[in-house]
Design a protein around this ligand. Structure first.
Ligand code: AMP
Ligand code: MG
Length: 423
């Protein structure tokens, strides 16, 4: 007689999977396996934007180089300011930015001064033009209430000589370019860009321009991946689509591992008949991680092929992006020499009730905005399936729900991780 129960296995539709490791553990394991790139190249300052600096930048200058005025006004000695009554001063000359006034200034005198001009000898204080009264072309009057040293920028107050202005491992952004330029340095050493190869796997995948037969779909993952990788300013090696065929996949793995520091594939990591990625990784290299307690994105392989690190991301388009944010970005940051930087996350009120079962970490897609009272809130984008890629393109943040969360009521606080931010 047949048993009235069948023996099932845990799947990605289940909430708990005892084999799956937590997102935190997975991230830690991944980072522990990755070594940073150590080859460097010298670039001009312009070219170094969005690169990781491979040296400490030490200033040979004070910035500003000289004590100078922060205002257009009149420079004088702070000890000569009026204490109670109104006083009159002789204007003995003018100091411009780049054209100093070379004579000393004595009691009862002042110097007309422009923003950025070097403070003349005998002066340490600036009274802004709007707080003075012109009596004649060479005489002004001041009232009391001013403070010694006001409106003056001290030499070296931004950068002092011999200090480190940008540390090795820093990811160079616009302000860093300005800071390095301000000490007169025009070339810097940066780490070489990591080379990232990627391909999609799946017999059903077609490229743009192909006609679709029944069951075919266009490959979208390579485009989302390209977009995310481009923002990280890495060297991109797009290896196209590879069929679910062992020999083709083996060949693609081989080619990718000779060209790249990191390989990313999508699809074929589950337990279906055509899911070969895990099998080949185990055969040709080493697998360190397979399942992660995360939705979407549970089946994810991480391992290595010789010196090349390997991520086999799930095929579902949303899973590709959420696992990229959680694991691939920290891995690439670490690889590129800057060390993994946790994303900026913060708590906001959720406008939506969110369904969630305990036992796995979830990345739902949200839209952050200000409500009518000016409060920052988040709303879910609607359907949250791992195939609903429009949920990602409509979103401007991920709503991060911890393993032990069992649902959110509207009005509760949730953690968000914004993306698609500028500057
Ligand atoms: P898999 O992980 O290979 O079982 O794929 C899971 C789902 O994602 C399937 O519905 C696939 O058709 C879909 N998928 C896999 N790769 C891609 C891709 N490159 N672009 C769009 N959808 C994909
Ligand atoms: Mg597949």
């Amino acid at each position: 007689m047949l048993n009235d129960k069948i023996k099932t296995q845990v799947s990605c539709a289940d909430d708990c999977d005892s084999e799956a490791i937590s997102v935190e553990t997975a991230r830690r394991k991944i980072l522990a396996k990755i070594s940073s790139i150590n080859s460097t190249e010298k670039l001009t300052l312009h070219q170094s934007l969005n690169r990781v600096i491979a040296q400490d930048i030490v200033s040979t200058l004070n910035v500003p180089g000289h004590t100078n005025s922060a205002m257009d006004g009149y420079a004088l000695s702070g000890d000569d300011l009026p204490e109670t009554s109104i006083l009159q001063y002789q204007v003995i000359g003018t100091a411009f930015a780049g054209r100093p006034f070379e004579q000393p200034c004595f009691a009862g005198e002042c110097v007309r001064i422009m923003t950025g001009a070097v403070m003349p000898a005998g002066t340490d204080t600036v009274v802004m033009q709007e707080h003075t009264e012109e009596v004649t072309e060479t005489k002004i009057r001041l009232t009391s209430g001013h403070k010694k040293y006001q409106n003056v920028r001290q030499a070296g107050e931004d950068i002092s000589k011999d200090s480190i202005v940008v540390k090795q491992g820093h990811y160079i952004q616009a302000a860093d370019l300005g800071v390095i330029a301000s000490i007169g340095i025009g070339e810097v050493n940066v780490y070489k860009k990591p080379r990232i190869a990627f391909f999609s796997t799946g017999d059903e995948l077609r490229s743009i321009g192909d006609t679709l037969d029944s069951g075919d779909i266009y490959d979208s993952n390579r485009y989302s991946l390209y977009g995310m990788l481009k923002k990280l300013n890495v060297e991109i090696i797009d290896l196209g689509v590879v069929k679910d065929k062992l020999s083709d996949l083996r060949e693609a793995f081989k080619v990718a591992s000779t060209q790249a520091d990191l390989i990313i594939t999508t699809g074929g990591v589950s337990v279906g008949e055509a899911d070969f990625v895990k099998e080949i990784l185990e055969e040709m290299g080493k697998m360190h991680i397979w399942k992660i307690a995360m939705k979407p994105g549970r089946p994810l392989t991480f391992g290595e092929l010789g010196k090349t690190m390997f991520f086999g991301l799930p095929g579902n388009p949303v899973s590709v992006m959420t696992t990229f944010y959680q694991f691939v970005i920290p891995a690439i940051q670490h690889l590129s020499g800057q060390g993994a930087r946790p994303p900026l996350t913060f708590e906001v009120v959720s406008e939506s009730a969110l369904r969630k079962r305990r036992g796995r970490f979830e990345c739902q897609r949200g839209i952050l905005s200000r409500n009518e009272t000016g409060q920052l809130t988040v709303a879910a984008t609607g359907k949250q399936g791992s195939g609903i890629l429009t949920s990602m393109s409509r979103a401007n943040c991920l709503i991060l729900l911890s393993e032990d969360c069992d649902g959110i009521n509207a009005g509760d606080l949730v953690t968000v991780h914004p993306f698609n931010t500028y500057l």
